[in-house]
Design a protein around this ligand. Structure first.
Ligand code: C5P
Length: 281
């Protein structure tokens, strides 16, 4: 069985507090994009969980695909063996939820191979155990994400945004970005409400202008390349350009697919990973 794991971008990301478990509470509008990994799942007569990937450095038993498969088989009380092959197309680590999307796709795929052995709410429970973004990836449609990221309110977005996702050489660790954010004591942003208001008014330009990411004041300093890419996208005619998640990937929304394709090609010639894709509404 072949399953697809869509990357996601954060149109807004407001940090609303720190929880007693050390995680941060947030409000974020997340949307899946057409850029995706491909996962092949097969039930095998023996061998436990075997895992292979086109990126050899990701071939470890710690990979979220393996962890998702283990958790699924244990919870569904299945003894079968499973082979997993991951074709990684989503850059990593990037703030695009690639690992989370893979985990969600494995859960969904195995549940289908085992004829719906687990209920939807059980699957979402497993997803939340695997990571903050895994529930959204399992939902695979736009949503306001709250709590740690696992409390989802699906929303309808009447636009398919033409986006370019770009990433340079800078690497960022998610826990480190959260730590630096705490140290910076920044005022709490509320881009999510601005976004939801603009959406309600059916105002495309206002909606795109409301995109924001609370981490940017921090990542602009610890990974200046992310700011450089946003500035470069502005020169290339972007409507708005933001950091996705905790970075280091940056996305920009362009007026149409043609403009996005041209911008992606230019960024590629300048040495960045850049891909033109579209959000899934
Ligand atoms: O859940 P996930 O594996 O994505 O989290 C990675 C790290 O990011 C956590 O260990 C934590 O340091 C930070 N994090 C956080 N608050 C969130 C999500 C992630 O502090 N809501």
């Amino acid at each position: 069985m072949r399953v697809y794991a869509n990357a996601k971008i954060n149109l807004t990301l407001d940090i609303t507090g720190v929880r007693t478990d050390g995680f941060h509470s947030l409000r974020s509008v997340m949307v899946p994009v057409s850029l995706c990994d491909e996962i092949t799942l097969e039930l095998m007569p023996s061998g436990g969980i075997s895992f292979d990937c086109n990126k050899k450095e990701l071939c470890t038993q710690d990979n979220l695909c393996v962890r998702a498969a283990k958790l699924f088989l244990e919870t569904a009380k299945k003894e079968e063996s499973v082979s997993i092959f991951l074709k990684k197309n989503i850059p990593y680590p990037a703030g695009l939820g690639g690992g989370s999307a893979d985990a969600a796709a494995v859960l969904k795929g195995l549940n289908s191979l085992f004829d719906g052995a687990l209920s939807e709410s059980e699957l979402f429970g497993l997803a939340a155990k695997l990571g903050s973004d895994v529930p959204l990836c399992l939902l695979n449609r736009p949503a306001v994400c709250e709590g740690r990221g696992e409390i989802l309110t699906p929303i309808d977005i009447p636009y398919d945004f033409n986006v370019v996702i770009a990433i340079g050489k800078a690497r960022l660790s998610t826990p480190e970005v959260y730590r630096q954010y705490d140290a910076a004591s920044l005022p709490v942003r509320n881009d999510t409400d601005s976004f939801l208001c603009a959406l309600k008014e059916n105002d495309f330009v206002k909606t795109v202008r409301s995109f924001g990411n609370a981490f940017e004041p921090v990542t602009d300093i610890i990974a200046p390349e992310t700011k450089l890419i946003r500035t470069r996208m502005l020169e290339l005619g972007v409507l708005n350009s933001r950091l996705s998640g905790s970075g280091p990937s940056v996305y920009g929304v362009f007026e149409n697919a043609e403009k996005a394709n041209i911008a992606a090609e230019i960024l590629q010639t300048e040495g960045y990973f850049a891909v033109s894709c579209v959000t899934k509404s």
